[in-house]
Design a protein around this ligand. Structure first.
Ligand code: ZN
Length: 477
């Protein structure tokens, strides 16, 4: 190719280049023009320009919706009406509505927490064993949300002195860290009881917290442990000397004692069923005792001399905590001929019982009850005299206020016995008459349901004693 030819070629090339550049500029101008036009169109449509940086507010800071306006086309900020539901005391998403001429725009506004907690620390001294918690080092903490603290680092400076780094973080991840000093000392001082362990008196079954209001202090352990042996030694009514032991984390202990009196609840103040069984013992007495043992309830046996082959059951009943009362040796109504014949019979059964269990019972029940009229066939007015005479001799007699009706025949229908026996819930103190001779198998069958009924009604079961509430019939002879 000649030089001329090259030049020609080059000028052709330059021309092409210039043409391309021109095209590019035209395109750029066009783009700027359309951009500018659309911007103008947009601004005409949305004449209020809001600064997006001013739509995120820190909690508890003031919010002025006008401050967020950067520019108003063909107007002033003052011409804009702003309505907002922003509550800077609460984190959340809100809305500000700006109205200008016939234009209305909604701008989302956010209240956020981006403030770190304020953390003021203090030194802390403890023993050599406590696992320290961040709370021990915090004197003051402030934040609008909940703050969690943790120990980030523990660094030994010298023996007994540590540098502890505490970090506080609020619910939104804003963190503050600080450094506090921890001193550890050997604890050789035992805790001290700061409350006097005064004597206490309360009733059995009355709930009593032996550790309540018992306080101790310690030089280095803010919460020494207190223990008492109450659970091991307190068992029913009586006087007890309890030992209290206070122990700090380092194992130093102090002991103190307290006297506790536990009194029986007066029977008058309780709902009680006194199950009573007359005329035994017999083979059925054994079944009755088994049921009472199974339900862990106590009863009273008014015994006679008519079942002596099973007198072992009087011993068993006594050993199992039931009351042995006296009914009659012979159960022959002829005993009502005179006071003398009555007491001869009573003494006979009393001596029999004494030989069995070493006790002359003072709880008795008249054959037929104090209200019987059969005695009139033997002696007019005998019952009126006997009710006083037994008292003069130190006996306490008990009639009944509920009857099982099992005396109306042999093996009375079980359902009838249950129905009669469970008719006593109007009484706070039920004295229930039953019989435990060989002919009373259905009484034994009814017994579990009778016990369950009264138990479910909230009654407790006790044997009679001279302290039990009186239960006397009217005297008819
Ligand atoms: Zn009888």
């Amino acid at each position: 190719m000649s030089n001329r030819e090259i030049r020609k070629f080059e000028s052709k090339k330059t021309k092409k280049k210039k043409k391309r550049l021109r095209l590019f500029i035209y395109l750029l101008l066009l783009l700027l023009l359309t951009g500018g036009v659309s911007l103008i169109l947009y601004t005409l449509k949305n004449p209020i320009i809001v600064n997006p940086l001013k739509t995120k507010i820190s909690i508890e800071n003031t919010y002025d919706p006008y401050e967020a306006i950067s520019f108003v086309l063909f107007g002033n900020k003052e011409d804009v009406k702003a309505e907002t539901n922003v509550d800077t005391s609460k984190i959340g998403k809100y809305k500000t509505t700006y109205t200008f001429k016939d234009h209305k725009i909604d701008i989302p506004v956010q209240v956020v927490d981006n403030v770190s907690p304020v953390l003021v620390l203090q030194e802390y001294t403890t023993d050599e064993v406590e696992k320290v918690k961040p709370e021990s080092f915090i004197k003051e903490i402030q934040d609008t949300s909940e703050v969690k603290t943790k120990i980030k680092k523990e660094h030994k400076i010298k023996k007994g002195e540590y540098e502890v780094t505490i970090e506080a973080e609020d619910e939104y991840g804003n963190k503050t860290t600080g450094i506090a000093t921890l001193y550890r000392k050997k604890d050789t001082t035992a805790p001290t009881f700061t409350t006097e362990l005064s004597e206490v008196i309360f009733y059995e079954n009355e709930p009593f917290d032996y550790l309540e209001n018992v306080q101790v202090t310690d030089d280095l352990d803010t919460n020494p442990k207190i223990e008492t042996n109450a659970d091991e030694i307190v068992a029913g009514p009586g006087d007890y000397t309890l030992t209290y032991t206070a122990k700090d984390r380092s194992g130093n202990t102090t002991q103190a004692i307290r006297i506790v009196h536990i009194e029986e609840i007066p029977e008058e103040n309780q709902r009680i069923v006194y199950l009573t069984f007359d005329d035994g013992p017999s083979n059925n007495t054994e079944r009755v005792l088994d049921i009472l043992a199974q339900y862990q309830v106590k009863a009273t046996f008014f015994v006679t001399g008519n079942g002596q082959s099973r007198n072992d059951l009087i011993q068993r009943a006594h050993n199992e905590g039931h009351t042995i009362g006296l009914h009659t040796y012979s159960h022959d109504y002829a005993i009502y001929q005179s006071e003398e014949t009555y007491f001869n019979d009573l003494n006979a059964v009393s001596n029999m019982v004494y030989d069995l269990i070493g006790i002359h019972p003072n709880v008795i029940r008249f054959p037929g009850g104090a209200s019987n009229t059969v005695s009139a066939n033997y002696c007019q007015g005998i019952m009126s005299r006997l009710v006083n005479a037994v008292g003069e001799r130190g006996f306490y007699y008990f009639d009944w206020n509920v009857s099982s009706s099992d005396a109306s025949g042999d093996n009375v229908d079980t359902e009838q016995i249950v129905a009669s026996s469970t008719s006593g819930s109007a009484y706070d103190h039920v004295v229930l008459l039953m019989h435990d001779t060989d002919a009373k198998g259905t009484t034994v069958e009814a017994l579990p349901r009778i016990i369950e009924y009264y138990r479910d009604q909230g009654y407790i079961f006790k044997g009679l004693s001279y302290r039990s509430p009186e239960c006397h019939h009217g005297v008819n002879n």
